[in-house]
Design a protein. Structure first.
Length: 67
């Protein structure tokens, strides 16, 4: 299974820099970079915190797909 994410899309629509999103969810900028590139699976808390920033359900940001 692979994690597909729309975090970058939502972040750019909101006009946020990676560092700004990281600060809002109490994470490192590098975590956001890896998350957007599909190289990091977020914890449930982080996923929910990011979804809360964009006022969307977690499922709008993250999806597991078959390889």
């Amino acid at each position: 299974m692979a994690l597909k994410t729309k975090v970058k899309e939502y972040r750019e629509k909101a006009g946020l820099k990676q560092s700004e999103l990281a600060e809002l969810v109490h994470a490192r900028r590098e975590t956001i970079v890896h998350l957007e590139n599909g190289r990091y699976n977020p914890s449930l808390k982080l996923a929910m915190d990011i979804a809360k920033v964009f006022h969307v359900p977690v499922e709008a940001l993250f999806e597991f797909t078959e390889d």
